[in-house]
Design a protein around this ligand. Sequence first.
Ligand SMILES: NC(=O)c1ccc[n+]([C@@H]2O[C@H](COP(=O)([O-])OP(=O)(O)OC[C@H]3O[C@@H](n4cnc5c(N)ncnc54)[C@H](O)[C@@H]3O)[C@@H](O)[C@H]2O)c1
Ligand SMILES: [Zn+2]
Length: 378
Amino acid sequence: MTPTSTVKVSLIERSYEIIIRAGLLERLGRELKRCGVQRKVGVVTDRHVARHYLKSSLEAIKKYGIDPLPIILAPGEQSKTLKTVEHILDVLARHRFERSSMLLALGGGVVGDMAGFAASIYQRGISYIQVPTTLVAQVDSSIGGKTGVDHRLGKNLIGSFYQPRAVWVDPLTLHTLPTRELVAGLAEVIKYGIIADESFFAYLQRHMSELRGHVPRIVATVVKRSCEIKAGVVAADERESDRRRILNYGHTIGHALESLGGYKSFVHGEAVGIGLVQEAELACFQGICSRAVVEEIRQTVKEAGLSDRMPRWTPQKIWKAMLHDKKVSGGQVIGVWPERIGQVRIGPIEKQVFEQWYRFHESLPMAMPNRAFLPSPV
Ligand SMILES: NC(=O)c1ccc[n+]([C@@H]2O[C@H](COP(=O)([O-])OP(=O)(O)OC[C@H]3O[C@@H](n4cnc5c(N)ncnc54)[C@H](O)[C@@H]3O)[C@@H](O)[C@H]2O)c1
Ligand SMILES: [Zn+2]
């Protein structure tokens, strides 16, 4: 029998389960029935995912007497707009979806964020289920109820907190994921080790090549532990007032790089990978962690196939982009700083400190890569 893992996201009346099971897509109809779906379900997906999984998913749903309505979107971040959500709402209205109808988000974070947002506003809220098919979505975006779209003035600027009814993860879908997307997802996985679990970080170090080679047992273990960590953080702080901020480790610099690159130079996880290393460098510069911690993070990021190198933008430009991030509060940049692997602290950083660090960095003969263990400058 295929092993099934369940992780609970405890949010009182909004609690739900993450089910992780190889081959779960073949059981979509059965699972929907178990959730009480009787008549119809809107299956929101994108063209890439549809090519691999739509036909079989629809068949699995029909087998249980449920009527699935496919809503196929253009793939990619460019389509994560209000216009696309309007299209989803149009289809739902035309097909007379009711308050009791349900949406299923079959795809990566882009599909999940949009389907979740559409579900949150159609008839003031209908249920939706996340069926994530990228590593980023399986370990991160499908959990926690952040939904939304981009605006021309900022990424994820419009949205809502709206929890799914369930998250169903089929790790086998990762087989068709392009390598670049898989590697990008590893940045979020490494992040979980750094912010919350030293032994998980060590597990990742030991099994990185198997993980990249899709060894099912390793992938399932990593997805499950990542979900547990995210679920634990979300349960402690659903609306990101405090503790949930630790999930932003690597993202202060990461988001700045994404925006400076016009969201074209990097896939999100690639920018986060650089952020993990460079924010550890900054923590070291501030005397928060040792150089050995930085080098361990750097090594792991590189072994995942991610870059650790800061692109050459001026510190002023990077700082400005960091200030634009919506996580900034009261004009202050609040960072997440590793103290050691498995433990981080949250704290503000001043512009002067950032610029000093950046210049110090630039002045080193071998800028970032593979630097030997230098003593901490603080
Ligand atoms: N809501 C949250 O908490 C949260 C957290 C992290 C990221 N996000 C959002 O998630 C988005 C990024 O998600 P993503 O990295 O999953 O990107 P994505 O949804 O764009 O998917 C990446 C690419 O992979 C394709 N794809 C998806 N699954 C596939 C599969 N199994 N086989 C083959 N191709 C497949 C997609 O069509 C797309 O081209 C961003 O918009 C980001 O803002 C949200
Ligand atoms: Zn992220």
